[in-house]
Design a protein around this ligand. Structure first.
Ligand code: TRP
Length: 356
């Protein structure tokens, strides 16, 4: 009798291609060039980009087309695009081994996005919580692009047939939509397994970094107080000052995970420490249990300056050399197009478009 309990799950037909080369798959991720990068962006996304490059073939994209779904000052956008690319490089991504590029330089993203606009259903789009949040009460006045945003994101991923996408909490729903689009496309056009059903890669502790002024709110570039966040380009003095002024409570440091959970400001600082030190939060709690916040803040400052200082300095250096960053982006776009163009051509054939 066949042993059903050991039967392998349905194989992903896209994986053997990578496994044969000792890799786990192909990753695509994107970051919007919409202003200052902060600790939350770094710990939640960019730092992981460097860590993934040993096991995956990686494409990291500065999504300038997503950025303009809300107004961007044209005079600032190109600098913001270079800033994100600099952050990828400063965090340790190898732009020659892997691919760093900006979205608008690879027109295949927009071309596939149109097809996906015709695959995705209005009912699906209407469920997107990020759209509802961003549109707020002024729904009649937001751009059509903001509404279609998740279909473009699906195109970013599937134009490379990416097998994995690292996602934070806020992008999970968009990845679900990407999977739904892939499945519906493959079904509607009777092209089984043409697009992969992309898997999320979820990262552990402290991917959610909260405001230093209010541990219940996400760290955000739009918070009016610069003391609410640590920017990637902050120098040691700024980092020290912000941590010193970070909100705490009048009690000694939490002595258990349950205690920490009830104290969001303390919990946030512990999470940041754990992430920067690559430790489990419980181990940090144990180490500082019952001690004064001032001791802990001194240690956190030293740790943050050690870990972030070199990244910030390298970013500053790269931003002073836009020619170098532009060369990496151009080379990246060329290599990205070499992957995307044949996939788009196949897609056009499947849809019934005449070949250009
Ligand atoms: N929507 C993502 C964000 O705002 C950015 C993004 C665009 C993205 N395309 C992507 C992330 C593709 C992962 C994969 O953070």
């Amino acid at each position: 009798m066949p042993d059903v309990t050991t039967a392998a799950p349905a194989a992903n037909p896209h994986l053997p291609h990578y496994q044969a080369r000792g890799l786990k798959g192909r990753i695509l991720s994107g970051v919007q060039p919409t202003g200052n990068l902060h600790l939350g962006n770094y710990l939640g996304a960019i730092r992981n980009f460097a860590r993934l490059q040993h096991d995956y073939e990686c494409l990291y994209c500065v999504v300038d087309m997503h950025a303009i779904t809300v107004w961007q000052d044209p005079a600032a956008l190109s600098g913001q695009t270079r800033e994100i690319a600099s952050a990828f490089l400063a965090a340790g991504v190898d732009g020659h081994k892997h691919i760093i590029f900006n979205q608008s330089m690879v027109p295949e993203h927009a071309q596939l996005a149109w097809i996906f606009n015709c695959v995705a259903r209005l009912g699906w789009m209407n469920r997107m919580t990020q759209f509802k949040e961003k549109a707020g009460k002024d729904r009649e006045n937001v751009s059509l692009g903001l509404y279609a945003y998740p279909a473009l994101m699906a195109a970013d991923i599937l134009i490379y047939k990416a097998t994995h996408v690292p996602v934070g909490e806020d992008q999970k729903q968009h990845l679900e939509l990407t999977r739904d689009i892939a499945i519906k496309f493959n079904n509607d056009f009777k092209a089984p397994d043409f697009f992969p059903v992309t898997e999320p890669l979820i990262f552990g502790a402290a991917t959610r970094v909260m405001s230093l002024r209010d541990g219940t709110k996400k760290m955000s570039k739009s918070d009016p107080s610069d003391f609410s966040r640590i920017n990637l380009t902050d120098d040691a003095d700024a980092i020290a000052q912000k941590i010193r002024r970070a909100k705490t409570d009048p009690f000694p440091m939490p002595d258990s995970a349950a205690d920490a959970e009830k104290r969001p400001d303390a919990d946030n600082l512990l999470g940041i420490y754990a992430a920067l030190a690559d430790m489990e939060k419980d181990a940090v709690i144990l180490e500082y249990a019952g001690r004064q916040f001032s001791d802990f803040k001194a240690a956190l400052t030293e740790l943050a300056v050690t870990k972030l200082g070199p990244v910030g300095a390298e970013m500053q250096r790269l931003m002073k050399d836009p020619g170098h960053v532009d060369r990496i982006l151009h080379e990246g776009a060329e290599r990205a197009r070499a992957i995307a163009a044949p996939i788009l051509a196949e897609t056009y054939k499947i849809v019934g478009f005449l070949q250009p």
